[in-house]
Ligand binder design. Structure first.
Ligand SMILES: [Fe+2]
Length: 349
């Protein structure tokens, strides 16, 4: 709500891009997801708005259609958010979230963790859209990356060949696609200690004629960032953001390297610097780990498995720290550039 406080109802309802939902949809969807899992499934209550939930189903309603849906708006939307949260807190009083809870949704508070994570992940999606809102300035939130990458960029970390444990441990909150934890054999490899900077990306663009990242525009002899209607010079020391997986891959080849696999990324994670500035594209397709079991619903991960999506690891400046588990697997279409994604390269040792 703090993020959206500077906006009026017209801005909340406006469709800024066919690949991003209007903010009012995200808000209603966050509340509806909470209502569905906690208030209805766990609390056994009837839905507050009957069949309305269908319009907030992310699978049934692709992003390009969401502006047209008869969703809740304005004052009605705000009171729905408040009503759901009130009921959620009521249900919380009634349930046992202990380690012995019989319902796997309740055991160790899974369903609450899932809803918190869901809301936090939607904050990032909303920030993707907020980059398109001219003059948007949030209160009390810093936007954009902060890392200074000068100097360290050419360093690589060597990881020895051997077995590495990949995935989330059996206990503690994680999504189904992060489990089960399993061992993989990796050949020796090297991986960049830091993400790729804007300065190095500019060098790559100049040498190859590659397109600039999303939101970059020519500004005299240099480049300017145009997010939120701004025109700030590109900081060469910041990590590059808003490149597609294809562009990340082309960059890596130009640098004499390649993108890491997600297993390599996870194995090297404790040795890497500046994780959490930009999501990092990997060369891995989003596929299930051996022994995968869908939980608590197929539509979270399973329906996305296959070769259409590439895995991203780490997190961006817009990602809440609790979402940035080492085992967390983000996924998106390889041509996408609106996400806060950058590059870290690897190579065979
Ligand atoms: Fe969602």
């Amino acid at each position: 709500m703090e993020l959206l406080q500077p906006l009026d109802d017209e801005q909340l309802n406006r469709v800024y891009s066919p690949i991003l939902s209007p903010l009012a949809w995200d808000l209603g969807h966050i509340a509806n997801f909470e209502e569905l899992w906690l208030v209805q499934t766990i609390g056994g209550r009837e839905p507050l708005h009957g069949e309305l939930g269908h319009f907030y189903d992310a699978i049934e309603n692709p992003r390009k259609t969401r502006g047209e849906l008869p969703i809740l708006r304005d004052a009605e939307l705000r009171s729905y958010l408040a009503d759901v949260r009130e009921r959620t807190l009521e249900v919380l009083e009634e349930v046992d979230l202990g380690a012995d809870a019989a319902d796997p949704l309740l055991k160790e508070g899974f369903v609450y963790e899932m809803l918190l994570a869901h809301e936090l992940q939607h904050n990032e999606t909303m920030l993707q859209l907020l980059q398109l809102v001219d003059g948007y300035e949030p209160v009390g939130v810093n936007l954009g990356p902060t890392a200074q990458l000068q100097g360290a960029e050419s360093e690589m970390v060597a990881i020895e060949a051997g077995a590495h444990e990949i995935g989330a441990p059996a206990r503690g909150f994680a999504y189904d696609n992060e489990r089960p934890r399993h061992s993989v054999e990796l050949a020796a490899f090297e991986i960049d200690r830091t993400p790729v900077s804007n300065g190095t990306y500019i060098q790559f663009m100049e040498e190859t004629g590659a397109e600039p990242p999303l939101y970059w525009e020519r500004d005299g002899g240099g480049w300017a960032l145009t997010e939120r209607g701004g025109r700030d010079p590109v900081d060469p020391a910041h990590p590059v953001l808003h490149v597609s997986c294809h562009e990340a891959d082309t960059f890596a080849r130009w640098a004499g390297k390649r993108l890491p696999t997600e297993q390599e990324w996870e194995a090297a994670r404790p040795r890497l610097q500046h994780v959490g500035q930009a999501w990092e594209w990997t060369s891995s397709d989003f596929i299930p780990y051996p022994g995968f079991e869908a939980f608590p619903y197929r539509e979270y991960s399973e329906v996305f498995f296959g070769d259409a999506y590439k895995v991203l690891r780490g997190g961006s400046w817009a990602t809440h720290h609790s979402v940035m588990r080492p085992s967390f697997r983000n996924w998106d279409l390889p041509q996408r550039r609106q996400i806060f994604a950058g590059i870290r390269c690897a190579r065979d040792a």
